[in-house]
Design a protein around this ligand. Structure first.
Ligand code: ADP
Length: 327
């Protein structure tokens, strides 16, 4: 079922809005960023560094492309874990033109040495590179073009304080409400050339765990279903059937969500349980549990995170028709 959480890039690209006008929801962040762009443009300045945080699929990459476009700037993309050593970063940094955006996804997973290397680049647009080898090796300071770093992270808490303080603008994206997701779904349906009724869009929206990426993917699956089983029109009833087939329940929870909750309740007496025990027990990596599944379960009130570990709430018990034990 993981395809729902990580779809293919081509599909994603096709549905990605390229201008602020088409980016629905997150009104405050959008407004703030638009103002920020306008101010920088008026001053003929380079946009200050931006940090975008929040669960996967909420629009961090999309916003970065929109920002670059609005600044008439180029964009280069990389990701924290793929930058092995400072030299890799130096190559990227020296290739940037004035005003370009360097997008670093999963910036919280950058190595410490690479991160520290980035500081002087962000602050003063200079980097130190080592030339020559052995006894002749020496470091030279190099100017680079002023650029905008856009960092994206699913775990803002894991970013070091010095890194965080170097961003001029810090934004946290939140889960979308169903009405907003329905608008996004209708826009995507238009691009995909599939007919969808309002109720159909709402049905998908309310089961997309507040996430545009998932909404788009469920739309795609509903489209397949409509094509094979109906007259290519996505109604509420059809959407419901298509999503049931994917084991996505009425609350938008999928198999892994339920496995996590059931594990806490049935194997660990409702908790508290540590992330590592849970990871082994449900057969999913702890990072994925923490970054993808848990935030939504917490926001929806199924799960609580305490200092001792994860605890199932009354709502989680109710999900399985159970009553929480008396404490
Ligand atoms: P992230 O970088 O946060 O993981 P992305 O920016 O890659 O998320 O977005 C995932 C998908 O969801 C993209 O295909 C994009 O088109 C869509 N999407 C995200 N946010 C929005 C939005 N506000 N409006 C319309 N589509 C969106």
């Amino acid at each position: 079922n993981n395809e729902i959480i990580t779809p293919d890039k081509e599909f994603e690209q096709k549905l990605r809005p390229s201008r602020f006008e088409d980016f629905t929801g997150q009104d405050k962040i959008r407004e703030r960023l638009e103002l920020f762009v306008q101010a920088a443009r008026q001053r003929e300045d380079v946009l200050d560094h931006v940090l975008l945080s929040g669960p996967p699929g909420l629009g961090k990459t999309t916003l970065s492309y929109i920002l670059a476009d609005a600044m008439d700037a180029g964009i280069k993309c990389t990701s924290g874990p793929v930058i092995d050593k400072p030299a890799d970063l130096a190559g990227l940094l020296t290739s940037l033109e004035r005003g370009d955006v360097l997008f670093i996804d999963e910036i919280h997973r950058m190595q410490r040495s690479v991160e520290e290397y980035l500081y002087s680049a962000m602050e003063d647009f200079v980097i130190d590179i080592v030339i020559d080898q052995g006894p002749n090796a020496r470091s030279v300071r190099l100017n680079i073009q002023p650029f905008t770093l856009i960092g994206a992270t699913t775990r803002a808490g894991m970013l070091s304080a010095p890194m965080r303080s170097r961003f001029g603008l810090v934004n946290r994206l939140d889960y979308y409400d169903a009405a907003t997701l329905a608008i996004i779904i209708k826009r995507s349906a238009k691009i995909l050339n599939v007919e969808i009724e309002n109720d159909g869009a709402m049905e998908i929206a309310s089961r997309s765990r507040g996430t545009p990426r998932i909404a788009n993917n469920l739309l795609r699956r509903a489209r397949d279903y409509a094509q094979v089983k109906a007259d290519n029109i996505i109604t509420a009833e059809l959407a419901d059937k298509a999503l049931n087939l994917l084991d996505i329940d009425d609350d938008g929870l999928e198999e892994m969500d339920k496995r996590i909750l059931s594990c806490i309740i049935n194997k660990f007496g409702g908790g508290p349980v540590g992330i590592n025990s849970m990871s082994v027990s449900v057969g999913e990596e702890s990072d994925t549990i923490e970054e993808v599944y848990e935030p939504y379960l917490i926001q929806e009130g199924y799960l609580q995170r305490t200092a001792q570990g994860r605890v199932a709430t009354a709502r989680a018990y109710a999900k399985f028709g159970l009553v929480p034990p008396e404490k």
